[in-house]
Design a protein around this ligand. Sequence first.
Ligand SMILES: [Zn+2]
Ligand SMILES: [Zn+2]
Length: 366
Amino acid sequence: MGLMKERGRISGPQYHGKSLRTDMMRALVYHGRNDIRLDQVPEPEIGPGEAKIRITNTSICATDIEEWKYGPTYITSVPTVMGHEVSGRVEQIRDGSSGISVGDRVMVDNVLVCGTCFWCLSGHQATCPNMEVAGLGRDGGLAEFMTWPVDHLIELPDGVKDDEAPLLEPTTVAVHAVRRSGVCVGDSVAVLGVGTVGALTLQAFKAAGAVVYAVDVRASSLQMAARLGADEVVDASRGDAGDRLGDLTGGIGPDFVVETAGAVRTPLDAFDWVRRAGTVVLVGIYAAKPEADFNVIVGKEIRVIGSVAAGTGDMRAAVKLVADGKIRLEELVSERISLDRVIPDGFERMASESKDVFRIVVSPDA
Ligand SMILES: [Zn+2]
Ligand SMILES: [Zn+2]
């Protein structure tokens, strides 16, 4: 428990002559670009229909690093408690009735949509303009506690371990990409980039019945892809990845190329390598403007699909796929650290040039 044991009730500010006493907690707070701090903040107050969650594990995402170094991009209010890949245990519930009880192990379904706009009502919740996301627009889970609508908590089945559970969030991104793609059983899919999202995407496409080729320049990523069930791995550092993909598909090219690397050149590779009249799914978030030759898209009649975050139902599907062993998360947990070390051992390491980790999982109690 570390600090938790020493943390007592401390005096809050004086309002209207009354002394307000507030429980304090540790939280990683985003104060602006290049300014994140492990602060002592008041524990969140539970609102109607919400649960208070004692956080067990939160993973650090590349998006968190981008917000820290180049943001705020998706962070809509500052200061905000970071962390959008969150699991925990329900501590308290205020008038919610969704089958969730105090003591349940839960995953935070971190995307809240309005449910009333044009996009929500037409089944495209991932593009709701009123979307709020834990750790970006509302206080998230790199903390000891958070509050969240109880109807957006998903009970974790026994098959999902505590410390791998936060990776269910990037799994929803992979599930969403598969659903957006319209892939059919037996189709060939090349996944470009085997970072965490790529590794989950390749497993999600396998679960959908596709033949999956993993493409990366890093040997460690290709080894991971092979371990996670890629049908073939293609080393793009050799410069002939397009030819290899051609050979693997009888000279035609993959039916789908799914771009998860988010690099400047990888969308161009995707358009070059996909078969004529094939589909490119763009999942990567591009820090710099990518290169693309639009004549290739026109000339090959490529269908281009963007896929972002997740929609309603994707999280439940992700939980089921993991619980059933169709998608494996454990291999992608590279490191477990305590919240006290989140900046030096978590954010600094994820931001380093020689990043050698998939996900780092942070626990308040570690
Ligand atoms: Zn993320
Ligand atoms: Zn909406």
